[in-house]
Design a protein around this ligand. Structure first.
Ligand SMILES: *Cc1c(COP(=O)(O)O)cnc(C)c1O
Length: 432
């Protein structure tokens, strides 16, 4: 679900015409719907009512402080992967006591910072990290709360760059070995064992891998419960969203038959399906459940607005050259991901042409769509790259010395700038 729709021939986010935001703040521009983010959070929260649970939003998906504040106010905890993310959460009004600290390579400074602030748990991924956390905790005279991340070796059926729960991935500790590492943790005096953690990958669109992973880890938890005062089982994030025809709600006059078919074929893993799959086995396990969704909460809640700069007819192809580039949204270049592209001015008929939508960056990988059937567009026209709320701005860079884009948050009929566009001066500010 999301709150982007056409009204009177124009694309709106909630009650705001996107054209107004683009006119006021320029392009490329990220626009997020607060209503969509909160709707996703509340629906997931409601679906998990049978469990004692805490939703820890995975900050890395979109770390803008306004979004963190929205979720903190709604009661969310946070899954962080760096000291920088902890800093952002605290600045946004979140509490460390609801933060889980993940990642395979935490530094001494990050561990000290997280200990001082009092995070809920360090999710530990190796013996070496366990020893380091113990040593740092000892030097501070405190006990560090920890969970071990187990790698259940399941195939999440997702892109290999975002699969994390296979034994060949760098993440977690193998199921056959993890009990021994818990024993090691129990022997270290300044650690306090709190839970078990897993995260099998991202953009998972089928409930089965989650069920399989829980089933594989459940016997381990039963065994560990006999020995340690376990408090929680964190099942990670990874719930996939719809990228194709995410935009389709009801059919429109200008839809082609292909649009109609695509809209019926894209079945997301719904929150209800996900909950129906995980709630029964997790109730059986009986521990408090932590979840770490990132993409699910914010992915469909954001678009990247871009303006068409030039149309270029080459021998084989027609290129639509837009003002956003792979530095603003790298997902197509990095993961071959699909983003639906729609004109902000509603098309009037079924006319389509096959085009490549490309950015200005000097890389052939700098494209948003190839051989895509789009309504014909003109120079100067606004396009929306849909479902760009997760791993969009968060992965943006200054490559090609392009200033970072601005970000806007829509709430009902109001919209406000939540990050200003960088200037060219910003590009050199930190150089000396
Ligand atoms: C990235 C990450 C998540 C969030 O993944 P999504 O696919 O965005 O839900 C959750 N937990 C951990 C440990 C992660 O690294």
């Amino acid at each position: 679900m999301h709150s982007f729709h056409y009204r009177e021939g124009e694309l709106y986010c909630e009650e705001v015409a996107l054209r107004r935001a683009a006119d006021e703040f320029g392009t490329p521009l990220y626009v997020y719907s607060a209503g969509t983010i909160l709707d996703h959070y509340r629906r997931l929260d409601a679906a998990l009512v049978p469990l004692d649970h805490l939703i820890c939003y995975a900050v890395k998906a979109n770390s803008n402080g306004a979004i963190l504040k929205l979720l903190a106010d709604a009661g969310a905890g946070f899954d962080i992967v760096s000291g920088g993310e902890l800093f952002r959460v605290l600045k946004a009004g979140g509490t460390a006591a609801k933060c889980t600290f993940a990642g395979v390579g935490k530094s001494r400074e990050e561990i000290e910072y997280a200990l001082a602030e009092g995070v809920l748990s360090f999710n530990v991924e190796s013996e070496a990290e366990l020893e380091r956390i113990d040593r740092i905790a000892r030097s501070k005279g405190v006990k560090a709360p920890i969970a071990l991340r187990v790698n259940p070796d399941v195939d999440a059926g997702t892109h290999r760059y975002v699969s994390t729960g296979r034994s060949e991935n760098k993440f977690g500790i193998g199921l056959d070995h993890v009990a021994a590492v818990y024993e090691q943790a129990a022997r270290l005096p300044n650690l306090s064992i709190r839970g078990v953690q897993m995260h099998i990958g991202s953009q998972i669109t089928d409930a089965a891998p989650f069920a399989e992973a829980i089933a594989k880890v459940a016997p381990l938890i039963e065994e560990l419960k006999q020995r340690y005062p376990l408090e929680f089982f964190s099942v990670g994030g990874g719930i996939g969203i719809v990228y194709e025809s995410s935009f389709a709600s009801g059919s429109r006059d200008w839809w082609t038959e292909k649009d109609r078919v695509a809209a019926t074929m894209t079945l997301p893993l719904t929150i209800a399906d996900y909950a129906a799959t995980i709630v029964p086995p997790l109730r059986e396990i009986g521990l408090r459940v932590l979840l770490e969704p990132g993409r699910l909460l914010v992915g469909n809640a954001g678009v990247l607005l871009t303006r068409v700069r030039y149309l270029k007819q080459a021998a084989q192809k027609k290129f639509v050259i837009v003002d956003a580039g792979m530095n603003d949204l790298i997902r197509p270049a990095l993961y071959q991901s699909y983003h639906e592209i729609v004109p902000v001015r509603e098309p009037s008929d079924k006319a389509r042409e096959s085009v490549d939508v490309v950015g200005p960056v000097c890389e052939s990988g700098d494209f948003f769509a190839q051989d895509r059937e789009l309504p014909p567009v003109n120079e100067g026209e606004l396009l929306a790259l849909m479902s760009a709320g997760a791993y969009g701005f968060a992965m943006a860079s200054n490559y090609n010395s392009r200033p970072l884009p601005a970000e806007v948050l829509v709430q009902g009929d109001r919209f406000s700038l939540i990050r200003q566009r960088q200037t060219t001066e910003d590009l050199i500010r930190d150089e000396c």
